[in-house]
Design a protein around this ligand. Sequence first.
Ligand code: UDP
Ligand code: MG
Length: 330
Amino acid sequence: MLNTKKVDIIVPCYNEEDVLELFHSATQKVLGTIDGYDFRYIFVDDGSKDQTLGIMKTLASKYDNVKYLSFSRNFGKESAMYAGLKFSSGDLVVIIDADLQHPPAMIPAMLIELENGYDSCAARRISRTGESQVRSAFSSLFYKLNNKLSDVELVSGAVDFRIMTRQVVDAVLDLCEVQRFSKGIFSWIGFETKWMPYENIERSIGVTKWSFKSLVRYAIHGITAFSTAPLRLVMGMGFVISMFAFVYIIITLVKTLVTGIDVPGYVTTLSAVLFLGGIIVISIGILGEYIGHIFMESKKRPIYILKQTNLNSQNNRGTGNEQTERKDIQ
Ligand code: UDP
Ligand code: MG
């Protein structure tokens, strides 16, 4: 076919043996209805400890359009998505979760949006069924806080299910930070994005890889990766406290000069020491967060280390099916 567009479907997978085949057959069913596109899967095995890679290999032996990348260990979903993008060569690229929480049935409608001229089309959850109320409350607090503090605006409910043009993929790959925060990156690069709402689907097979602790860490990283507002906040806090302290010193001085030395002051002293101590430790924590980023980025470590793949790419030095190949980010 002449004008057939190539579409790469990137699927980050970590311990998804229970759902992977189901995901493939469900997606195949949807893609089978679409004409004019040449689809290819790039499954990324993010150091799974179960049979995920074995299933990928079986699928690859059955279907020519199934490719896989396998990491030397678990590097996290951000690394898996980056590797998939790096190895993609399609005119259009889809990123989708393996657990069927991102409905493959949305892909045809998303493709139409790109045909209509959008650079990217992304899914947005409009409900949070199955999620605990505490988690939802923290999540909405995060979005509010982020959009106040950060330079990049995040859309509430946005998930990592999107389709984009090659131009967008190349822009994402140009941001080569090691500690990646894709939601921020997609917003930062700009381009026209169409948001497609969908009802949240509970994970029916397998378990979520996110603990509450990892979500909090992700949220802090999200804010500090794209904004220095917390640092300015620390400085502002310092100015305000200094001003109050200055006024308080003057008042105390005048009082002492007029009425003599006032010995009791235990509560005031203790309160001031504890309050300032707290503020100082918080400030050091905020500074530490940024120093941590600098430290990690300055090492320039690879975002992932590839162990096996059946993919030939412009990024590959070898001829495919390599064992123990290192991929550097630059
Ligand atoms: N995932 C991954 N590496 C990880 C954790 C998750 O590649 O370290 C994949 C996982 O297999 C799934 C997707 O990322 O395809 C989303 O993960 P999960 O369903 O656990 O997240 P949630 O849907 O709860 O946000
Ligand atoms: Mg999920």
